[in-house]
Design a protein around this ligand. Structure first.
Ligand code: ADP
Ligand code: MG
Length: 237
């Protein structure tokens, strides 16, 4: 069974999708089987960052019995696989058998070493579902107090749901004096900071090209951090 890890934040725009796309591709480059579930249907930008265009069949179509799981799995850069989420509140309400989602997650977990789940911001139903289907949690946050407090709320909810917080990724760090320190953030969140990812203009450039940064510019500072995080998750020293 693969590890299912949900990347969540609370606050929007902290870099969840960018992180998941690059860590996913880096894990695939290390030879791991990776499936990314895009649970953030409001901002379907995962496929854009990965340069994937037509991904019409979603997890929901599989849940509702209108498609087979295989039809909802799309291949991206370095062999990383993507399943579009499409789990809106309305659609979940309509799903006849909620247990089916758990079954489906077990099925997906048997197909890869890592199942990375890109959660939407906030704590709405879709975010809760994303937290529920992941067994482990990585908080993606920025070094500012509003992002940290929202991440703390997300962590507390995840723990109530039985999802294990692994730690936090501190993204867009500039090391200005106004930023909270890594140590402060570890104290507030009560989890280790797994990786510090610097603010890097190459991130936006890569996403404009639809090529993941770890492929487009693997020696840029953020790409190196994404690869280090992937190595950590894969247990590579
Ligand atoms: P989320 O999925 O949490 O909403 P995104 O991954 O979409 O966040 O990132 C939000 C914005 O921040 C995007 O424009 C992205 O290019 C930018 N961004 C993310 N990480 C970095 C970074 N390390 N350096 C510079 N820009 C970044
Ligand atoms: Mg996103």
């Amino acid at each position: 069974m693969g590890r299912s890890i949900v990347f969540a934040s609370g606050k929007g725009g902290t870099g969840k999708t960018t992180t998941i796309a690059n860590v996913g591709v880096a894990l695939a480059q290390f030879g791991r089987e990776v499936i990314i579930i895009d649970a953030d249907i409001t901002m379907a930008n995962l496929s854009l960052i990965l340069g994937m265009e037509d991904i019409p069949i979603t997890l929901h179509d599989v849940l509702s019995g209108e498609a087979e799981l295989n039809d909802a799995i799309y291949e991206g850069p370095a062999g990383v696989k993507v399943i579009p989420g499409g789990l809106s509140l309305e659609k979940i309400k309509k799903a006849k058998n909620p247990e089916r989602l758990r079954e489906l997650m077990r099925e997906i977990s048997s197909l890869a070493d890592f199942i990375l789940i890109d959660a939407p911001a906030g704590l709405e139903m879709t975010s809760i579902t994303a937290l529920l289907i992941g067994k482990e949690l990585i908080l993606v946050t920025n070094p500012e107090i509003s992002a940290i407090t929202d991440s703390l709320k997300t962590k507390l909810v995840a723990e109530k749901l039985g999802t294990l917080p692994l730690g936090a990724v501190l993204n867009r760090v500039t090391s200005e004096k106004t930023e909270l320190s890594k140590e402060d953030i570890e104290t507030i969140l009560d989890v280790p900071v797994l990786m510090v990812i610097p603010e890097d203009p190459e991130v936006k450039r890569a996403s404009a090209y639809g090529i993941p940064l770890v492929v487009k510019n693997p020696t840029s500072p953020a790409a190196i951090a994404y690869k280090q995080l992937a190595a950590k998750l894969a247990g590579i020293r």
